[in-house]
Design a protein around this ligand. Sequence first.
Ligand SMILES: O=P(O)(O)OC[C@H]1O[C@](O)(CO)[C@@H](O)[C@@H]1O
Length: 540
Amino acid sequence: MRVRLSVPVQEEFDAELARLLDAHVPARLAAADPSLWPAGSEAAQRLGWVDLPHRAEELLTRIESLRATLEEQGLRSITLTGMGGSSLAPEVMAEAAGVRLEIVDSTDPNQVIEAIGTDLAHTVLVVASKSGTTIETDAIRRAFAHAFAAAGIDPATRMIAITDPGTELDRLAAEEGFLATFHADATVGGRFSALSAFGLVPAGLAGVDVRAIVAEAAAASPTLESDDADNPALRFGTWLSVAHARATEKLVLAETSPALTGLRRWIEQLIAESLGKDGQGILPVVVDGTDDVGFADARADALLCALGPAAEFTAPSGFHAVIDGSLGELFLFWEHATAIAGYGIGVDPFDQPDVEAAKSHARTVLSAGGGTEDEEPAFREGHVEVFGDVGEARDLVSALDGLFSEVDEYGYVGVQAFLDRIAEAHAESLRPLVSLHAGVQATFGFGPRYLHSTGQYHKGGHANGVFLQITAAARTELLVPGRPYGFSVLQRAQALGDAAALTEKGRRVLRVHLLDRSQGLEQLRAAIEAVEPRHHYGVD
Ligand SMILES: O=P(O)(O)OC[C@H]1O[C@](O)(CO)[C@@H](O)[C@@H]1O
C-alpha cells in the first residue's frame, strides 16, 4: 500500500497525530475498545469489523462450496439486491475482477424489470440486508419471487439471504426454506462490512477470488493497527481531521487505476455516512479523473485524493493525497482511517441519525397514496414541471439561477436523480455542468441509492448544501407484490420523503419533474448551461 500525503500545516498535523497516538487510538480500535467513544454510543457495539480478515476461513469455505453447487445446477447468473453497505463493496469487487454481478438497488420500475430480465432459469437472487427490513430490498425480493413463481420456479430455491440473526428476513428465509442463509455479525455495521458476508458472499458466488482479497487485508492489518506515527490509516485519519478543523471539508475522489474501478462509490458511503452528522463531516465528491471538474479546478474547500497511481498534482488547499494498493488493503485502510477521523473530528462514525427522517417521510407519503394528486407545481415549462420555493421565477433557467444563488461561496449543490441508473446513466454528466454554473462543488447521486450513502451527510453534515432533485414520469409500472403500491409510487415517495426531510433541516430543494424523460433531461441540461456561471471558481 502506498499513501502519499501533502500537509500544508505541518505543526497542526503533528500535534493532532501526537494527540491520537497519546490516546492509543489505532491500537484501541484494533482491540475493539468501546471506551474510545462515549458510553451508550453506537460505536460501542459496532467494532466487530476490525478482525474480520482473521476469522473469515469458515465463511470462505462455505462460499466456495456453495459456488460449486450453484455451478453444478447451472445457476450462473448471480443477482444481488441490497442497499448501501449491503451492495457497494461486492459491486466494487466484481467490477475490479471483471466478473458479472447484477446489482439491483433501485426502485425505478424500468430498472427492476430489466434486472429481472429473461434469464430466470439460471438466476440466483442474493438478498442482503443487515436489518432485514429495508424497503427497497424487500420490494425487489418480492418482485423477483413473483417472477420466479410465474416462470414455474419455486422462489425459495433461488434465494440466498445475508442478514443478522433474528431479523424478519432471517425468519422468512427459514420459513420458506431459502437455498442458503448467511448470518452476519451483529457487531459489524453496513458500511464497515466489506470483508464480512455482505461483501464476500455475493462477490465470491459471482466468481471473484475473495480469498485473495481477505488475504491482502489480513496482511495489511498489523500496519493499520499499530500505534506508530507511520501507520498510514492513522496519518490519513489525522489528515482528514486537521483539514476538517480548517473548514476544508470536501474530499474529491478521482480514480486513476482500472483495478480500483468503483471504489470511490464505496468510499463515498463510508465517509459521508460515518462522518456527516452533528453539523460536521467530510463531503465526498466523486469525479471521473484528475482532469475532471471538481478536481482540476478545486478551491480552498477541497482535499484532493487520487486512488491509484497518479502523476503529480497539487490542491489549492494544500491537502492532496495519492492512495494506491490492492482492494483488500484499501477496504481495511479506509475503514480504519474513517474510524480514526471520526474520533479526531468528534463524531460517532457508526451511527446514521438523520437517515430515518427521509424513510419516515416516505412512509407518510406512501400511506397517503403516493403524493401524486395533491401537488401543484410552481410552474410548468416545456417538458418539465418545477416544484419548490422558486420565488418569482417562472422559467427553469431563473429557478436554477435562484437555487445556485443561495449556495455559500464554499457550499455545494447535491444533484439527486430518481431515474434508472443504468438506462439513464448519462444523467451523471449534469454534475460537472452544475458545478461550473453554480461555481461550487457538486455531487451526483441516483435515488434511492444515495439515501443510503450521502443522504446522511446532506441532512446531518455541514449545512451548506442546496439540492436539485430530479424525478420523472414513470415509463411503466411494476406492482410490488403484497403491497398496495407499485415501484414508481415508492420511488416518488422516496424522493418526496427526502425533499421533506431536507426542507425540515432548513436545506433548499428544487425539484424538476421530467414529463418526458429524455427531452426533459435535455431541457434541464440546456437550462443549467444557460445559467450565468457564478464567479466563485478561480477566486481563491
Ligand atoms: O443492510 P440494511 O439494513 O438493509 O441497510 C442498508 C443501508 O441502509 C443504511 O442503514 C442506512 O442508509 C446503511 O447504513 C446501510 O448500509
